[in-house]
Design a protein around this ligand. Structure first.
Ligand code: FES
Length: 167
């Protein structure tokens, strides 16, 4: 029991409002300092300054940074993430309720991407309506590139309802 108490007392107590240096944030997130400044400029995270004018980040910003990284991997525009983050409190760690509210915006984004990925998977061997006319199914699904009237790019990928026409 005494050993346990000694081990616990030697551990630092961490709190969401702890102030972390740039070096600590970089070490924990893997994000380079210039990216932190960029995220700050875009309103995705906030920093404070110490007496030496060095940036310090509240520990709870690690979650925001992690979600920004996740969004980037999924191709979600940072402007959309910044808009979603505007509903988070500026003066302290977000509560569970705050994140529930934020998750609604994310769910819409993620559902949209899921639909696109499923459609892409289905249509990888079919005509995607890009104007190339290089697949056998192009003759059937996009004769003479008629789909160009529906817009630019792979129009059959952009419209999930088109996947039912594929093989
Ligand atoms: S795959 Fe390009 S038009 Fe059909």
């Amino acid at each position: 029991m005494r050993f346990y108490a000694a081990a616990v007392s030697s551990e630092p107590f961490s709190h969401p409002n702890d102030l972390l240096t740039v070096r600590e944030v970089v070490a924990r997130t893997g994000v380079v300092p210039s990216a932190l400044r960029f995220y700050e400029a875009r309103g995705l995270i906030t920093a404070e300054r110490n007496h030496g004018n060095q940036r310090l980040y509240r520990r709870h910003m690690l979650r925001r940074i992690s979600l920004v990284l996740a969004a980037r991997r999924l191709g979600i525009p940072l402007a959309d993430v910044a808009e979603i983050f505007t509903t988070l409190p500026a003066d302290g760690p977000p509560s569970h309720r705050d994140w529930v509210r934020v998750s609604r915006g994310w769910k819409r984004q993620l559902a949209e991407r899921r639909r696109y990925i499923v459609n892409l998977e289905r249509q990888l061997t079919a005509c995607i309506g890009c104007g190339c006319l290089s697949m056998k199914l192009c003759d059937l699904l996009n004769p003479d590139d008629r789909l160009r009237t529906r817009g630019q790019g792979p129009v059959r990928l952009h419209d999930p309802s088109d996947s039912k026409d594929g093989p």
